[in-house]
Ligand binder design. Structure first.
Ligand SMILES: [Zn+2]
Length: 527
């Protein structure tokens, strides 16, 4: 065994170890309850696409619901004959994960339950978080997310529009999905790995933005002697928790904030002086896709930084040495890792490409089992109405859960109202580090698309995500932790980036059923 826990000779770890594939409608034409090998018809390009995954060193498994066994519509021997035929046509699979049950069996393996995904990952010697699942319907994506795997939907004419809207990623067909998987793998591998002295990394904006940049910053730290992070006031508490950061400079950048202060020439001169004092060998500017790195790149040039890398669609002239570009919809942590790779930095093999924080040992989380509900959101359009939150907490309490309700000091009225429905009000009692410890001890977190969702991901706690579709789910979902997505993914606010909901009644989250939250918690924290 190598130090990575993989057999010697395994390819570098990268983002994924394995690709799991749904069978009917994804690999082969969907012939309902097929027990006849003669009726196996591979989908166009499937063989060549699978061979490209095999050539890249990825292991392959099939994950398939075959309720025809439970219903007696074909025998196990007939199913095996079908699978033999599939392997004749599509090449060998490293594992077949098959659910033989029907809905009435209430098993843990029938998709959308995550059991088959976990089984396949185990059989392949890896974890669900290091697997991609490619499937053609919503239950494939739900199973992938609930296991903490990456989901890629390849719709067919029978895939429902709401399933397409809710999917974390959508590709036109199986060869397209393989292109996307291989592109993501390649994007985080540097062409020429780099060792250097001091790197100034930059991530302005809020706590969540800083947390999702963590893997990219750790990649830089792996190739640098010293990492100095420039962040804004809203991201400072998160920056303090990031592994790999040696020093923090907190400074508001007026071109980043939603309600910015005017540009003060003296302040800009002071910032330039402070940046020059870092004596950085290079800088890597991490941004959201709507932000330009160029104003800061100019200040860094004035501060004498000789090499600057950033993602920029705008022409950078001589402001950037490495101008990186990223397609839309990539998960934010991978977007950051891909910029680090373009600059020459990769995570070491032992460092999983997941979010991470440093948890101090000074306070223990509460004893016993509990679920955390965090009703606040940094952006109003991504928050559930408070009265709906109260019904959610009441429903969770009625299902036997101890519910701890968290929020910042300015959210005490909200947490008091919500907790009164059956939870424990912890509003204003935790700083970000304290919240991280609380989440680390929780069975799961119920939260909107806001900072604590990423904090839960960073401590490995599953998330019930009440996700307003104003920004892409595939980009902002809790990264690589078991997740259930709730809310109307096709609501009219979709992709508007609105900060206050533009649609009367806030239908993306306002119509949410508290019973669905209870079911989601049961999925993510069973027993
Ligand atoms: Zn089953």
């Amino acid at each position: 065994m190598s130090t990575t826990g993989l057999p010697a000779g395994s390819p570098a770890r990268g983002l994924y170890d394995a690709v799991l594939l749904d069978r009917d409608g994804t690999l082969v034409e969907d012939v309902p309850y097929n027990g006849d090998p003669e009726k196996v018809r591979p989908l166009p390009g499937a063989r060549e696409a699978l061979d490209r995954l095999r050539a890249a060193g990825l292991r392959l498994a099939v994950v398939t619901n075959q309720s025809g066994l439970a219903r007696g519509l074909f025998t196990e021997a007939q199913m095996r004959a079908v699978h033999t035929r599939i392997e004749e046509l599509l090449g060998p699979f490293d594992h077949w994960a098959i659910c033989p049950h029907d809905d009435g069996d209430r098993c843990a393996c029938r998709k959308p339950a995550p059991g088959l995904v976990h089984e396949a990952a185990r059989a392949l010697g890896t974890t669900a978080a290091r697997c991609v699942l490619v499937g053609d319907i919503g239950r494939d994506m739900t199973a992938a997310l609930a296991a903490g795997a990456t989901g890629v939907l390849v719709p067919t004419p029978v895939t429902r529009p709401e399933e397409v809207a809710a999917a974390p990623a959508v590709c036109a067909n199986l060869p397209g999905a393989v292109d996307e998987i291989l592109r993501r793998l390649d994007a985080v591998r540097p062409a020429t790995p780099r060792r250097t002295g001091t790197v100034l990394v930059v991530r302005s904006d809020s706590a969540g933005d800083v947390l999702v940049t963590g893997p990219g910053i750790r990649a830089v730290a792996a190739g640098a002697q010293r990492v100095v992070l420039l962040c804004g006031p809203r991201g400072r508490a998160a920056a303090d928790l990031l592994p790999g950061v040696d020093e923090i400079i907190e400074w508001p950048l007026p071109w980043i904030d939603g309600s910015p202060a005017p540009v003060d020439p003296d302040d800009m001169r002071a910032l330039t002086g402070r940046l020059a004092a870092v004596r950085a060998d290079e800088a890597v500017i991490f941004t959201s896709f709507h932000q330009s790195p160029l104003p800061l790149a100019l200040l860094l040039r004035l501060a004498g930084v000789p090499r600057i890398s950033a993602i920029s669609d705008d022409y950078p002239g001589s402001l950037l040495d490495v101008r990186h570009r990223v397609p839309a919809g990539v998960p934010e942590p991978e977007r950051a890792l891909s910029l680090a790779a373009a600059a020459g930095f990769a995570l070491p093999d032992h460092d999983e490409p997941a979010l991470r924080v440093r948890l101090g040992p000074d306070r223990e989380p509460p004893r016993g089992e509990y679920v955390v509900a965090h009703p606040g959101a940094s952006v109003p359009a991504r928050a559930c109405p408070p009265r709906l939150w109260a019904r959610i907490v009441a429903a969770l309490a009625a299902d036997g859960h101890r519910v701890l309700v968290t929020g910042g000091p300015d959210e005490r009225d909200l947490t008091a109202l919500v907790a009164a429905a059956g939870g424990v009000d912890l509003g204003g009692t935790t700083d970000l580090a304290g919240l991280a410890r609380l989440l680390a001890g929780a069975r799961c977190l119920v939260v909107g698309n806001t900072g604590p969702a990423h904090l839960a991901a960073a401590v490995g706690t599953p998330v019930v995500s009440l996700f307003a579709p104003t920004v892409p789910f595939g980009q902002w979902a809790p990264y690589r932790v078991p997740t259930v997505r709730l809310g109307d993914a096709a609501a009219p606010c979709r992709d508007t980036r609105a900060t206050t909901c533009p649609v009367p009644g806030h239908p993306c989250l306002g119509g949410l059923d508290p019973g669905a939250v209870v079911a989601a918690v049961r999925t993510l924290a069973p027993g």
